[in-house]
Design a protein around this ligand. Structure first.
Ligand SMILES: Nc1ncnc2c1ncn2[C@@H]1O[C@H](COP(=O)(O)OP(=O)(O)OP(=O)(O)O)[C@@H](O)[C@H]1O
Ligand SMILES: [Mg+2]
Length: 356
């Protein structure tokens, strides 16, 4: 049977690469425009360039064109192609027409590279969320258990009328209060994430002097830093009037300082502020484990953590909340590695609303 007139030009209209190959030999009889436009060969790939779905390199006889030429119907099989521009994924379909001799196999290659990438990103995000759920429930449970123990002990004491003095009760309540504060922070973070995701991150702006806020927040963390072996220093903090949401900025700075303490490996931590061209920059610098270049963007997404061997108390929310606070103020937050290890996080906010 002869080629039907116009069939080749119809194939040229398709965005999907299509090859027509001879039965047994695998010789290419025609390639449509989309196949010809590819900067690599579909029919004679370089050795090791074609991989199966799991990433195993395939010998030439198992590559799609050879399989199709042998009459093996391919119905949506996935192949990965190593190309000079990176890896591409194709879903391959083939059909062998034996109404002529030798027969002709038509093989189509649908490029699904973008979808596979989107799928991998989605799976990653889902995985991060699953981990988050288990860590968050553990984090909620720990303070509740500790709180219950303290309260039960106090109740037993009261029942036996052991006559605890006021200071004794106060002392026993201290760990309970610590746990309540921890629960409060956790629930606040969860609320903030859901607000940010629903675009309800509203600001309550007021005028205040930044220097005193920075010193106040740092003082609050001095003890905790010392406990971790770190010295927390406020360097250069000029007097600067800002029009920001004070509580939110306190929260952002606290999140950055908490991270510097947590990941700072007991090294010194410095906090610095500067004002240039109407933009105020707040730097929090540590000499700890640092963040690998590949993770610099990712760690600002919700539930994302970079360190391996995750600590249980790490939920991956802190930096996301900092980023949302920065955005709500019309600013940014970024990370630069420090020479010699460690990280420097910088929060940049316009001093005035609508500025910068
Ligand atoms: N100063 C830092 N040095 C090294 N790695 C850091 C630093 N700050 C953050 N990271 C990395 O970024 C990840 C995300 O930080 P983020 O503050 O969002 O979450 P977290 O600290 O894990 O948990 P939490 O929700 O309690 O803040 C951390 O898990 C850690 O891997
Ligand atoms: Mg954190």
């Amino acid at each position: 049977m002869s080629e039907q007139p116009g069939q080749e030009s119809v194939l040229d209209f398709l965005a999907v690469p299509v090859l027509r190959v001879e039965e047994e030999t695998g010789r290419v009889l025609s390639a449509n425009a989309a196949a010809r436009a590819l900067p690599f060969s579909l029919e004679a790939p370089a050795p090791g360039a074609v991989l199966d779905e799991t990433g195993e390199p395939l010998p030439p006889e198992l590559c799609p064109v050879h399989r199709a030429a042998r009459g093996e119907p391919l119905e949506g099989a996935l192949f990965r192609w190593k190309t000079p521009e990176g890896e591409r994924s194709f879903v391959v379909h083939s059909r062998l027409d034996r109404s002529r001799s030798p027969g002709v196999a038509t093989v189509s290659f649908q490029d699904v590279t973008q979808w596979r990438r989107a799928e991998a990103d989605l799976l990653r995000a889902l995985g991060a969320r699953d981990t988050f759920l288990s860590v968050a429930s553990h984090e909620l449970k720990t303070p509740i258990t500790a709180l219950q123990l303290v309260l039960e002990r106090l109740q037993r004491g009261a029942r036996r009328d052991t006559g605890f003095s006021g200071p004794q009760v106060a002392e026993r309540l201290e760990p309970a209060l610590r746990q309540v504060r921890r629960l409060g922070v956790l629930v606040q973070n969860l609320l903030d994430v859901s607000r940010a995701r629903n675009n309800h991150f509203d600001l309550d702006r007021e005028r205040f002097e930044l220097g005193s806020l920075v010193r106040e927040v740092c003082e609050r963390f001095t003890e905790q830093a010392r406990h971790a072996g770190s010295e927390l220093l406020v360097e250069d903090c000029p007097q600067v009037e800002v029009h920001w949401d004070r509580l939110r900025v306190e929260q952002a700075l606290s999140n950055l300082i908490t991270n510097a303490i947590k990941y700072g490996a007991g090294g010194p931590i410095s906090v610095r502020a500067e004002r240039r061209d109407g933009v105020v920059s707040l730097h929090v610098e540590d000499r700890g484990i640092g963040v690998a270049g590949d993770d610099h963007e990712r760690i600002f997404n919700p539930f994302e953590r970079a360190t391996s061997g995750h600590r249980v108390e790490s939920l991956g929310l802190g930096l996301y909340i900092v980023r949302e606070i920065a955005r709500a103020h019309g600013g940014t937050v970024g990370l630069t590695g420090r020479d010699g290890g460690g990280s420097c996080f910088t929060l940049r906010l316009p001093a005035e609303e609508g500025y910068g």
